[in-house]
Design a protein around this ligand. Structure first.
Ligand code: T1G
Length: 699
């Protein structure tokens, strides 16, 4: 049963009941039409109410059905909405909480709509690379007016029901309920009141015009072109709404359908739908049941008030959780506090944060120089110097002072969390929480699971990550976890490409044309080339047979660490961040090639991109088969949220799937023939080789 049917006097109420958000999957659609027929066949029924159980009226079409025959199986959503419009008895939509996508389209097919205040109303299909595909682009402009409707459709953003009800002339809501609690009662009374009256004209029969027609839509196209780089859907939204003002309703519907189906098959929509599901799947850990008891987190301690410590603290302050920050010296605390204050004041100045909110957050922050003051915190996160000796001291202290049951987290970006846990008597309470700089901005959080980390600790940290609006991905313990381990191979390929004939600018431009926010060399200059240098020095000790280009070391030996030293792979004017190609660096690279007897060759952008991206894919396949990551979509989330992989491509694993793993492996065999590259690295990971041979995909 996915809808309930009840009779109240002369009113039949159909309640969608398909948790968690009343997605309009096939079974639900069928149940709606069955109950509509039932109400129409019952002479005692004079009017009908449709509403939703639980936390939504309806979150729209069932995204999980997309790409399967079920999504189009009759009655499809268009048929359901037609059945509502053709009902011989008036149908009233009683809307609350969430009314999105196909859910709003269903409501627009009803004869009347009554809404509770505080309901989030949206047509968010554009965020999935689509447009409303069940009449939303044709009915919403008729109900709301062309401009407010187009804004909602192109942005996909929710608007509160009470705001929509205030739009002059709007016919979206015939009545606003006084509260969410009284909605159902008021809907039944309203349904009775209209039972024997002539129903209002259907939304589809309302006029739809814009006074400045062509000029307005041209303006709208120009606006959308700017923000829709790489995404085809927003412009198609404009086309569909314009059709509502120019074509008969039926023709507009056919046009909308054509656009919707075309968008459904674009790689960009495939990517966005993949990300929607991947983001939610990331919080599910295979061997940690959803109902695993969580520890209560009422207060947090942060060790270290540097850039990371301050950014980490802000996440919790923003979520209203008190934070106590510890440093070894008062001036370090003062500096850390001043940085947090500066960050907030900048947001207040930009109007992104209200003054009272800022003060409330600062009121939640306290500082101390003594570990003893931390003992009551429920979770402590250390963000001290990335050196095992320092971590040892910190965790031994934490083990001494923290109350039993406190979670001890390390923000380490590469060090062994098992070894850190070994410094304590409570390894089950130790976990890695790897934030990405700037920690209060970057959405990614790698949750590093030690061998002994408790399942309740994981469940607690994953839930807390959601609370601080982070996308948390669980990683096993290895050097670099998921993202840094992958980016190391990406960087190695960048170095080889320089040795073989590329300039830093050529590699960066190819990567940025592919869609990376920043190519490897501009990114190195931003993050600091000395970070990679330190890791390579460690590598040369640990893995002497791992092949590296020496170019990056030569650069660092010249002190060219990047923007922070005014010069790196590129030159920078004082105080400016624009990367200027450096003749000195090109000469350095050419001299280095000559010293190796390498004759530079012309390398195509395609080869550059394939070597950079397939290096990520191959390393990720190893990470997956070693169980460091639980699923391929987790790896996509890491690389999308933390490393600037282009959203419209859905992540390295989805991108490889869409290219075909067979083609990826073929390219890797070609790269392995190149004597200047690392043939050993290009042996496809066994998992990748197997999937390619079987014609399968990662996801
Ligand atoms: N279909 C299937 N499952 C959905 C879903 C949907 N539309 N929306 C949410 N879920 C699942 C989600 O995967 C998660 O599952 C659980 O519900 C809670 O989600 C023809 C074609 C509704 C505002 O784009 O914006 O209609 O992880 O964690 O924070 O024109 O979900 O528990 O297994 O996000 O309270 C258009 C997308 C579809 C709405 C609730 N609709 N959803 O937020 O919970 S296309 C959307 C959301 C369409 C028509 C077209 C949010 C929410 P699990 P959650 P939340």
């Amino acid at each position: 049963m996915t809808t309930h049917y009840e009779v109240h006097g002369t009113v039949a109420r159909i309640t969608l009941s398909n948790p968690p958000v009343n997605g309009l999957g096939h079974a639900t659609r069928l149940s709606i039409t069955d109950n509509l027929q039932k109400a129409n066949a019952d002479a005692a029924i004079k009017s009908i109410v449709i509403t939703g159980a639980g936390k939504a009226f309806s979150g729209g079409a069932d995204i999980k059905e997309f790409g399967s025959p079920k999504a189009m199986q009759e009655p499809n959503l268009l048929s359901v909405i037609s059945a509502v419009e053709n009902s011989s008895k008036p149908v009233v939509a009683a809307i609350h909480s969430v009314c999105m996508g196909g859910g709003l389209e269903l409501a627009l097919g009803c004869h009347y709509r009554i809404a509770a205040p505080g309901c989030s109303v949206a047509l968010p299909e554009v965020k999935l690379g689509l447009l409303p595909g069940a009449g939303g682009t044709q009915r919403l402009p008729r109900a709301l007016g062309v401009e407010p409707a187009l804004n909602m459709i192109v942005s996909g953003e929710p608007v509160k029901s009470e705001l929509l009800a205030q739009i002059p002339g709007q016919k979206l809501f015939d009545k606003m309920a006084s509260s969410a609690e009284s909605l159902q009662e008021e809907a039944l009374v309203f349904a009775q009141s209209i039972a024997d009256t002539r129903p209002l004209p259907l939304v589809r029969s309302l006029p739809c015009k814009h006074p400045k027609g062509d000029a307005y839509f041209q303006f709208a196209r120009n606006m959308v072109k700017g923000m829709a780089k790489n995404f085809p859907a927003p412009l198609k939204c404009v086309d569909a709404v314009e059709a509502a003002t120019k074509r008969k309703f039926e023709d507009g519907m056919l046009f909308e359908r054509e656009l919707f189906i075309n968008l459904m098959w674009t790689p960009e929509s495939r990517a966005l739908r993949h990300i929607f599901m991947a983001e939610r799947a990331a919080s599910k850990i295979p061997d940690v049941p959803a109902d695993t008891p969580q520890r209560e987190i009422k207060s947090i301690a942060v060790i270290g008030a540097g850039t990371m410590g301050g950014g980490i603290a802000m996440n919790f302050l923003n979520a209203g959780i008190p934070v106590r920050m510890l440093e070894m010296k008062q001036e370090a605390l003062d500096r850390g506090l001043a940085t947090i204050r500066k960050n907030y004041e900048a947001q207040v100045k930009k109007g992104k944060l209200k003054q009272d909110k800022y003060e409330q957050r600062m009121g939640l922050l306290s500082t101390t120089l003594s570990y003893d003051d931390l003992k009551d915190a429920d979770l402590v996160i250390e963000a001290v110097f990335e050196e095992m000796g320092v971590k040892e001291k910190v965790f031994k202290e934490l083990d001494r002072v923290m109350k039993p049951g406190a979670i001890l987290a390390s923000n380490t970006s590469t060090l062994d969390v098992n070894q850190i846990a070994g410094f304590t008597q409570r390894p089950q309470d130790v976990v890695g929480m790897h934030f990405f700089s700037p920690a209060n901005i970057m959405k990614l959080l790698e949750v590093v699971r030690g061998e002994k980390t408790g399942k309740d600790v994981l469940a607690t940290v994953m839930a807390l990550a959601k609370k601080i609006r982070k996308t948390a991905v669980v990683s096993g313990v290895c050097d670099g976890f998921i993202g840094n381990r992958m980016i190391e191979q990406y960087g190695r390929q960048g170095g080889f490409l320089l040795d073989e004939g590329c300039t830093p600018e050529q590699v960066d431009k190819a990567a940025e044309k592919f869609g990376f926010a920043m190519g490897p060399f501009r990114m190195g200059d931003l993050a600091g080339n000395d970070i990679g240098w330190a890791i390579r020095k460690r590598r040369y000790q640990e893995k002497p047979d791992m092949k590296y280009s020496k170019t990056a070391d030569l650069l660092c030996e010249k002190g060219r660490f990047g923007q922070k030293t005014g010069a790196g792979w590129y030159d920078y004017l004082p105080g400016k961040r624009d990367a200027i190609p450096s003749a000195e660096v090109v000469q350095m690279i050419e001299a280095h090639r000559a010293s190796l007897g390498i004759t530079p060759r012309k390398i195509s952008d395609e080869e550059i991109v394939q070597r950079l991206v397939f290096a990520l894919v191959n390393e990720a396949a190893h990470i997956l088969e070693e169980g460091i990551a639980n699923k391929a979509s987790d790896i996509d989330m890491v690389y999308l949220m933390g490393y600037g992989f282009p959203i419209f491509r859905g992540g390295p694993m989805l991108y490889a799937d869409q290219l075909g793993l067979f083609n990826v492996v073929q390219a890797m065999h070609r790269f392995a023939q190149n004597p200047l590259d690392d043939a050993k690295f290009w042996q496809p990971a066994p998992l990748l080789a197997r999937l390619a041979a079987e014609g399968k995909t990662f996801n």
